[in-house]
Design a protein around this ligand. Structure first.
Ligand code: ATP
Length: 272
């Protein structure tokens, strides 16, 4: 196996319990986990299991985490590639790269092939302005050929992620391809508190810290932002030679992260 291929394959150490909130999304993916663990149960019942699952949601909402957890829960090998990586490749390489990827996955089944930013290769064909379209279309065609070519008992599930569902080629969403769509939503108040708790693990919080209050001032923040808030607050504490994170650190971190992403939390002091 070449170096590039070896880099792609992982056995992720992520489980559903590591993901806060996203209960509906996890429930829908549990069926995929069941299938990867025991495909005969499904084939005996004559049930058709999806070959492909499309995760649709804003950046940072936990799509990669969910895909990794499906692998973690089922013990499947995890192959991770981004759609934009295919596009950046030399001419003629994209399609053969797709072929290699599926060949590798077949050798390591059960397996999950995770394609982040599927929109980079999966845009509607025949549209678009820039050059390199032919290359992209060949890559997309090869992906469709591969997905049509394996039976559901192959024990390979392709999970793709996008935040641009509107630009996707309809052929991708046809039956037998990515025919299961899961919308990954931004966290509500309760989920934000749970995500903050997950990322507070292993960090010392001072007694005045109420993560519930941080959750209240961060509507619109996604999981990745909330993880960043705790990290940033920890850095602020270290800067002042403190081991404990205070509410003030968190408040400042909310502001800082909010500025970076064009969202602004309220100051705790402004909050009543
Ligand atoms: P992108 O579209 O940018 O690839 P994504 O939707 O795949 O984003 P992830 O990469 O899964 O998002 O999430 C980024 C990080 O945010 C995770 O590594 C994790 O630290 C944190 N995170 C996101 N959602 C959750 C969650 N529900 N529970 C715990 N942590 C979360």
């Amino acid at each position: 196996m070449g170096k590039a291929k070896a880099r792609l394959k992982e056995k992720p150490n992520v489980n559903f319990k590591d993901i806060a909130g996203l209960d509906e999304e996890k429930k829908e993916l549990e069926e995929v986990v069941d299938f990867l663990k025991d495909p005969t149960k499904f084939s005996k019942a004559g049930a058709r299991v999806p070959k492909g699952v499309m995760l649709v949601g804003e950046p940072g909402t936990g799509k990669t985490l969910l895909a990794k957890a499906v692998a973690g829960e089922s013990g499947a090998s995890f192959f991770n590639i981004s759609g934009s990586e295919f596009v950046e490749m030399y001419v003629g390489v994209g399609a053969s790269r797709v072929r290699d990827l599926f060949d590798e996955a077949k050798k390591s089944k059960p397996a999950i092939i995770f394609i982040d930013e599927i929109d980079a290769i999966g845009r509607k064909r025949g549209e678009g302005r820039s050059g390199g379209n032919e290359e992209r279309e060949q890559t997309l065609n090869q992906l469709l050929v591969e997905m049509d070519g394996f039976d559901t008992d192959t024990q390979i599930i392709v999970i793709a992620a996008t935040n641009r569902e509107d630009v996707l080629d309809k052929a991708l969403l046809r039956s037998g391809r990515f025919d299961r769509k899961i919308t990954v939503s931004a966290p509500d108040l309760k989920a934000r508190e749970e995500i903050l708790k997950v990322h507070a693990k292993g960090k010392k919080l001072s007694q005045d810290v109420k993560l519930e209050d941080i959750a209240k001032i961060t509507p619109g923040y996604v999981g990745a932002d909330l993880a960043n808030i705790l990290n940033e607050a920890a850095i602020l504490a270290v800067r002042e030679n403190r081991e404990e994170i205070t509410m003030k650190d968190l408040d400042e971190a909310v502001d800082k992260i909010g500025m970076g992403i064009g969202r602004r939390g309220k100051k705790i002091s402004e909050y009543d």
